[in-house]
Write a protein that binds this ligand. Sequence first.
Ligand code: TMP
Length: 224
Amino acid sequence: MSRGLFITLEGLDGSGKTTQINRLAEWLKKRGKLPVVTRQPGGTATGDRIRSLVLDSRSAGLAPLAEMALMFADRAQAIAEVIEPALADGRIVLCDRFTDSTEAYQGGGRELGSQVVLDLHRLVCGNLQPDLTLLLLPSLEASLARARRRNERIAAQSGKDEGRFEQELDGFYGRVREKYKEIAAREPERVVLIEGDLSIDEVQQKIAEAVAAHLWRFACTPSA
Ligand code: TMP
């Protein structure tokens, strides 16, 4: 059994990742490949509890290092429980956020720097690297407006509060965006940067092109 393919989606809050991951999953299914779709934080029972803790506005006093440690605790659990078993089984894994998010948000946004994130990634995650990362970077204004609308909708529908990050000021998100661009420039082989206020269909087209190139290269098992 050949190893599967690990694809991550990254971007600012409200960048359209969730829509695109759902579309990509459908696109793959039509090609006979049933992906494992997961997200961070979350995606496991333990991870969902960590997600509630870190995203809830009541966790306002969370120290940046505690926040980073929780993101890595979530990730270690997801790798053990979901990601590694699926890759070992030859499956395609689509993961909504991974360590690039920690580097961008905690390293950039919270100003902890990249090195501590990369060091922890090596220690806690065995340095597992995605085969392909799709980085969606619409303008700051468009992303944040969409993220705030989404959180209001979630709060109205389910009563869940996931708004702690959206309460950050634009300076925080400017640093997150810059760090994402730095990662893309550092690892152009892995990271496909899709920048600007494109339509959903345009973004989907670019994602399909990038994934098609990888499917060809990695030749995943057709039945997976
Ligand atoms: P989501 O709504 O896209 O799932 O994102 C959850 C929030 O958590 C989002 O504001 C980004 C943030 N986050 C971090 O700050 N660090 C991380 O490592 C991850 C995975 C998410």
